[in-house]
Design a protein. Structure first.
Length: 440
């Protein structure tokens, strides 16, 4: 900012960094706005690392101390024909004109050490009142860029704010425009929304907007579970589960979808509701939803597996826990326990303690198994394929079968994870028949 001002151009920090600073939060990044044109800015910082981020829209990225600073020329946006980006921009020397095109009042404040906070649209007041409100005409803001609808939900959830009535109405009126937005951009905002502290309240208040991007959640609204273990309808159970979970995207996405298939799996016996197979069905539905939203392969695999096993009983026994560690690994198992814990806390009060106590015992066992370096995976098995071949066992697929058999025996504590003892055990197994068994 000093460099720009020393060259006769005013400069302001703008947007989220100002908002976060006023909230007492450390900004994640810094944006600078100035009347200087991109070619001028690049000249002023000649010799520095500059990335030509978006010259057509007046933006360059300056790298200082390995940190990016976006510097953008004051501009007035032209027509938005794609509900996402302006077809063209017009550079201006007017700071107010630049701030007037921004999405929400809390993001339309600027700061300069000499002038302090510049706030033309009441952003500081809305920040203090905890309100997300569009700058100017809310309908126009959303028609310019429909992703702002998701951003409104995200900021409200993330900051624990409410959404201004006029802004909320405009979100509802323009929700169909979300279909014009790239799925990847929706997913980015969904991830930030889902880990917010206010996710349950905001989603309930803006359900028609949310179901525009995930219509599959609509059948859960008001669906009575008709079961003594549940005190909430399906949607509220889902949302209380999400709210109870740590702020981890994979875990919260899993909980958002963990019971999504319950309405289609519902059966009733003697006046009591059942949801047989909802885990498998929900896992499949989540895969379709996340694939539609262009989530990466790892996220899809994690979320669908957590949903698949979320209702599976994990007994607090050492052998049983080692089998789960072998099956899905330590990291995934710990995530699964967080999913199960959040799910349990959204059940009827009478059954919560027993479920939570069982999970705590499983966690204690996991810690013991890891701390004691007990073997539960092939990579830690004391014998490898080469050892079996050296023993005289023919090379081929049977090697893997024998290793897995030995692994099972170690987990069941029928044999120690000791190379000599494992080789003796392997020598006592037949490998020239269709199934493995102990000789004699």
């Amino acid at each position: 900012m000093e460099t720009l001002e020393n060259n006769g151009c005013e400069a302001f920090a703008v947007g989220g960094c100002v908002r976060d600073s006023l909230l007492g939060r450390a900004p994640k990044d810094w944006d600078i706005c100035t009347p200087a044109r991109p070619d001028q800015t690049m000249k002023y910082f000649e010799g520095r690392h500059i990335i030509e981020t978006g010259l057509r829209h007046g933006t360059i990225t300056l790298m200082l101390n390995h940190k990016p600073f976006e510097i953008t020329t004051y501009r007035i946006d032209g027509v938005y024909t794609d509900n996402r980006r302006p077809d063209k921009v017009e550079f201006t020397n007017d700071l107010k004109g630049d701030l007037s095109r921004r999405d929400f009042t809390i993001n339309a404040m600027a700061y300069n050490p000499e002038r302090g906070v510049v706030d033309f649209f009441g952003g500081a007041k809305d920040l203090n009142s905890g309100i997300v409100k569009c700058v100017g005409d809310a309908n126009k803001r959303f028609q310019e860029d429909a992703l702002r609808i998701m951003r409104a939900l995200r900021f409200a959830s993330e900051l624990g704010f409410s959404i201004d009535d006029d802004t909320s109405k405009a979100m509802l009126d323009n929700k169909k425009l979300l279909n014009n937005i790239a799925a990847e951009r929706i997913a980015v905002e969904l991830n930030k929304f889902i880990v917010g502290n206010g996710v349950r309240d905001i989603l309930l208040k803006h359900l028609p907007v949310f179901t525009e991007i995930i219509p599959e959640i609509s059948p859960t609204i008001g669906f009575d579970q008709n079961n003594p273990y549940h005190c909430h309808d399906v949607l509220n159970h889902i949302l209380f589960s999400v709210e109870n979970a740590p702020e981890d995207v994979d875990i919260r996405l899993s909980l958002l979808f963990h019971d999504i298939a319950k309405p289609e799996c519902y059966t009733e016996t003697y006046g009591r509701g059942h949801f047989y197979g909802h885990q498998q069905a929900g896992s499949g539905m989540a895969k379709k939803i996340l694939s539609r939203l262009k989530y990466d392969k790892n996220t899809i695999e994690t979320v669908t597996e957590l949903i698949l096993y979320h209702d599976t009983d994990i007994q607090p026994g050492r052998k049983h826990v080692k089998r789960w560690l072998n099956k899905i690994g330590e990291g995934r198992l710990r995530q699964l326990l967080e999913v199960k814990r959040a799910d349990a806390m959204a059940h009827s009060a009478g059954c919560i303690k027993k479920k939570i106590d069982g999970l705590e015992q499983v966690l204690i066992l996991i810690d013991e198994i890891i701390d004691q370096k007990q073997c539960f995976s092939l990579k830690d098995l004391a014998v490898k394929g080469d050892d079996l071949i050296a023993l005289g066992i023919p090379e081929g697929v049977k090697i893997g079968i024998i290793l897995n058999k030995l692994m099972d025996m170690v987990i069941d504590e029928r044999v120690e994870n000791d190379k000599v003892k494992l080789l003796e055990t392997a020598g006592g197994l037949t490998w020239n028949t269709g199934s493995l068994a102990k000789r004699g």
